[in-house]
Design a protein around this ligand. Sequence first.
Ligand code: NDP
Length: 295
Amino acid sequence: MTAVLLDGKALSEKIVQECKKETKDLNPTLAVIIVGDNPASAVYVRNKERLCEKAGIQSVKIPFSKEATQEEVIHKIEELNNDPAITGFIVQLPVPDHMYVPDIIRAIDPKKDVDGFHAYNLGKMFLSTEFEDLPPATPAGIIRILEEYNIDIEGKEAVVVGHSNIVGKPISTMLLNRNATVTTCHIYTQDLASHTARADILVVATGVPNLITGDMVKKGATVIDVGINRLENGKLVGDVHFESVSKKVGHITPVPGGVGPMTVASLIKNTVHAAQRQIMEHGTQSKEQALKKYE
Ligand code: NDP
């Protein structure tokens, strides 16, 4: 048996087209604060800009040098919070080690937090699907893949490997909101394989190349590989050993071309949603207004 590939790239293009229909009279503007010169971040930000353009979203890059202070970055965040021309913004992670990420995220106005990392937006997710208003982009992208391929969640055994605040914990919550029986594994989990082998839906987000092998998965399962790892030979691989796992399971995301593009598409979707909410509250704006301060 060979698994069906869950094509995140094609689906992300579809989402962008859906968003484009909604941006026509909306003029959303996404600002991206980027601190330092992390090469991976530069690639991610370029992808975000590219998809924004396709979706009819203005994007503005706000660079800081790696020596910038946390106070300078927070001051900029406060400016963006109060700027009606900016409907959503993110701080591209990672930031340099002298900065404390929770303080940076806390400074963002939850209404403009299109990465969905603010405690307010994360906390709301615990209530129910109705309150998943600005969900974190990667988990939202995973749920959309499952929905698009008609993979049932309700009543299924879902196992998440990794418990980070941006992937593992929120995807566990979103699966629970959809009535899966959820197990969340992490570095302290004993006998990881005994858990992963039970999973109808297995989500892996650890940053450990090829952690999950064919002998650790259930026949016919759906496997979502979030990991993006660059090997010494330059090859990009996930956290799942694709060759052995794809022979056994029913559905699997490739790396690249699976969760990665869906993360960006979900960010775009959040950006549109945040702009819609702000326009309901404050009225519309022109593209010129949106961009004039950042020329
Ligand atoms: P973090 O490093 O924040 O979290 C990794 C998690 O994996 C932690 O909970 C850690 O446990 C757990 N873990 C590490 N090693 C093991 C192991 N051997 N067995 C079980 N659990 C383990 O990473 P992120 O969640 O931010 O990202 C995970 C991966 O996903 C990375 O490769 C990242 O690049 C990628 N990523 C991809 C995205 C995409 O769009 N495709 C978006 C975001 C991330 P503990 O904390 O206890 O050590």
